[in-house]
Design a protein around this ligand. Sequence first.
Ligand SMILES: CC(C)(COP(=O)(O)OP(=O)(O)OC[C@H]1O[C@@H](n2cnc3c(N)ncnc32)[C@H](O)[C@@H]1OP(=O)(O)O)[C@@H](O)C(=O)NCCC(=O)NCCS
Length: 254
Amino acid sequence: MSQNLTFSTAISGHTSNDIELRGIPLTELIAEANFVSTLFLSLTGRKPNEAEEKVLNALLVAAIDHGIEPASGFVPRVVASSGNSVLTCMATSLLALGPYHGGAITGAMEVLKTVDDYSEDKEVAATWIVKKYRAEHRRIPGFGHPIYKKKDPRTQQLFSLAREAGMSLDYMNLALQIEHTLEEETLKKLVINIDGAMAALLLTMGFDVLSGNALFGVARAAGSIAHIIEEQNSGDWVRRLSPGDVTYTPESFD
Ligand SMILES: CC(C)(COP(=O)(O)OP(=O)(O)OC[C@H]1O[C@@H](n2cnc3c(N)ncnc32)[C@H](O)[C@@H]1OP(=O)(O)O)[C@@H](O)C(=O)NCCC(=O)NCCS
């Protein structure tokens, strides 16, 4: 069997003197750029303008932490209490993300793109997608939250920042239209959550849909580091549930 281990990449490479990212010497970026603008460059192949840099930064800040309660918060702390390395614990923060928690951005980006392509009339398009998902008993990614039932404060702040920065409103308005139609159809307020907000703004800036969940992971894994260190410095080793928190229901074989 032949093996093909040759790669071709437009992202990065190095000479004997420097490393290049998207054609720009890393030494130049080290001197002039910040992490957010470099991440933007790495993912899109171009430098962000001022508004884009501000909004991507805000998205990463918004996703960095949500306390210990969600899985990406408590799983790494429990794993840390078993004495694992910080890197292992960070990886579990990523593994705890999924379609119902922090991993709905890529799906929400796909939905927004599909709805955008469906019709120029956003009301018609939003009604179509809401009815379709309801008929299939599926949840629209990027909407609804276990705590925020009237509004997700992060979405409000991100959208107002993007508006103030002069960004295109198209995807934000589309998400707001879906939120409105969902409420009309289900009689429940299913807010645009952080995943939905990130989806609208990442599409506005031209990011690939596959980068959506990954960018949430970048922020949340970074945010987990302080929790892991705090946990390991706390001396509370080997955390476990209390017996009263677990109900044992063995099957009867009579
Ligand atoms: C995030 C989520 C798990 C929160 O759930 P919750 O507030 O605990 O709400 P529930 O799971 O109890 O759902 C309540 C009702 O609203 C419906 N619902 C919730 N989110 C919905 C969505 N995005 N689209 C359509 N219906 C939705 C549920 O089907 C349920 O209906 P029912 O009462 O007829 O069964 C849920 O809204 C969801 O799955 N959203 C989509 C995935 C997502 O965006 N994840 C990222 C979260 S930050």
